[in-house]
Design a protein around this ligand. Structure first.
Ligand code: UDX
Length: 437
């Protein structure tokens, strides 16, 4: 198949590379010339484990190419995927669909024959209808079917999630489009990945419902963690105890500083907007958004208390080393990372913040200029009155605790990801606090 992927970011580049690895001919399009130039030079614009090798192999095989010229890339394509950003609009949290509609208008100008236009970006329910209207208005005599095909990729595990999905969701009622999408996903079809055909609006809502549910699950265990601290229970054991019930499942029950990233915060807000538009409030998700936002600030107060302060004051002039800045390990993505709110609350309290992250330093510097950036955990901890683990990168899982204590002004650790067993850290002489234990 001839596939055009519009948008070469976290979703488009991974999806395009994986489709080419299935044997399809893929052209990845992006407006950003520097991004396309980097890709053509074999440099990845994002950090995603394994992506550089996957791209290089398929470029070498002649199945994958990059261009800024959307018109030529769309001409003759069997399927054109829209994988452009749908960020939260400033202020009201609604999904900004301007990039989706701009791409749609350009596609309408470029289509040369029967085509399937696929929204892979996460788009509010009903967006497919609007894309269809634009195409019908600008290319009335073209046979174009609009399909919803949401992605369920986790950053840091995106290639594995694409090649071994729990399911593929295709939203269309057009018979020709269904066949085209079966051909597009044939390699997965053959290895029995369940392909779910639904209506287009249903497919769009499945994406939001999935992410909102995952965000709810995380927020649930985060609140249970607070209760564990109050009653003297262990949240990791509670997670295990409930997760063994196969109706609950053990995943996404790790208590932490709150969820972040480019999806959960954005998608929960967009779902609430849709619910508001249709006057059908989703109150549980409203609570999840509010609890998660409050939690990130509460983590800053937790650190200040560990410094001997009372939550917002009493830590002035202290130094804190923050280990891990990205919203999760194995990514360079800083979007809505818990570290942003935590660092801000520490800076507001007059704390000097030193920081280290294996992959996120560049994007972090742009977002948090007042942090002193260091090259490793021990350098960050040098002279610090506390060390805080915010993101559970593997490199923080086996720190030399004695060495760490030796470089610090005071051996205090706040472990917001429960990386360490408390006894081990206390044996190394640390005053240790964590989540829900
Ligand atoms: C998520 C969904 O998992 C994915 O299916 C969707 O396509 C995009 O959004 P992603 O945002 O990349 O993927 O990361 P994910 O691994 O889901 O983690 C999201 C946030 O939840 C992170 O901040 C992570 O730290 C947090 N999290 C996750 C927890 O706090 N506890 C957990 O148990 C799991």
């Amino acid at each position: 198949m001839r596939i055009t992927m519009i948008g070469s970011g976290y979703v488009g580049l991974v999806s395009g590379a994986c489709f080419s690895d299935f044997g399809h001919d893929v052209i990845c399009v992006d407006k950003d010339e520097s991004k396309i130039a980097a890709l053509e030079a074999g440099r990845m614009p994002i950090f995603e484990p394994g992506l550089d090798k996957l791209v290089a192999a398929n470029v070498a095989a002649g199945r994958l190419s990059f261009t800024t010229d959307l018109k030529s890339a769309v001409a003759g394509a069997d399927a054109v995927f829209i994988a452009v950003g749908t960020p939260s609009r400033r202020g009201d949290g609604h999904a900004d669909l301007s990039y989706v509609f701009a791409a749609t208008r350009e596609i309408a100008e470029a289509v040369t024959g029967p085509t399937v236009v696929v929204t892979k970006s996460t788009v509010p329910v009903g967006t497919g209808d609007k894309v269809e209207e634009i195409l019908a208005e600008l290319a009335p005599d073209m046979d174009i079917a609009v399909v919803s095909n949401p992605e369920f990729l986790r950053e840091g595990a995106a290639i594995g999630d694409f090649k071994r999905p729990d399911r593929i969701v295709i939203g269309t009622e057009d018979a020709r489009a269904m066949q085209v999408m079966r051909d597009v996903y044939r390699p997965l079809y053959l290895n029995e990945s369940p392909i779910l055909f639904t209506g287009r609006r249903t497919a769009e809502l499945i994406k939001y419902a999935a992410n909102a549910f995952l965000a709810t699950k995380i927020t649930f265990i985060n609140e249970i963690a607070d209760l564990c601290e109050a009653v003297g229970a262990n949240v990791q054991d509670v997670s295990r105890g409930i997760g063994l019930d196969n109706r609950i499942g053990s995943k996404f029950l790790h208590a932490g500083p709150g969820y972040g990233g480019s999806c959960f915060p954005k998608d929960t807000l967009a779902l609430l907007k849709t619910a508001e538009d249709y006057e059908t409030p989703v109150r549980i998700v409203e609570a999840v958004v509010q609890v998660n936002d409050n939690r990130k600030r509460a983590m800053g107060r937790k650190v200040i208390r560990a410094l001997g302060g009372d939550g917002t004051t009493g830590a002035k002039g202290k130094t804190v080393a923050v280990l891990g800045l990205t919203f999760k390990p194995n990514t360079d993505d800083m979007r809505d990372a818990p570290s942003l709110a935590i660092v801000q609350s520490l800076l507001d309290a007059g704390v000097t913040v030193r920081g280290y992250d294996p992959e996120g330093m560049e994007p972090a510097k742009a977002m948090m200029p007042d942090v002193t950036y260091c090259n490793n955990a021990y350098e960050a901890a040098t002279g610090a009155d506390a060390v805080v683990i915010v993101t559970e990168w593997d490199v923080f899982r086996a720190l030399d605790l004695k060495r760490l204590a030796g470089v610090m002004a005071a051996p205090v650790m706040v472990d917001l990801r429960n990386v360490y067993p408390p006894a081990e850290v206390e044996r190394a002489g640390f005053a240790y606090s964590s989540i829900g234990r």
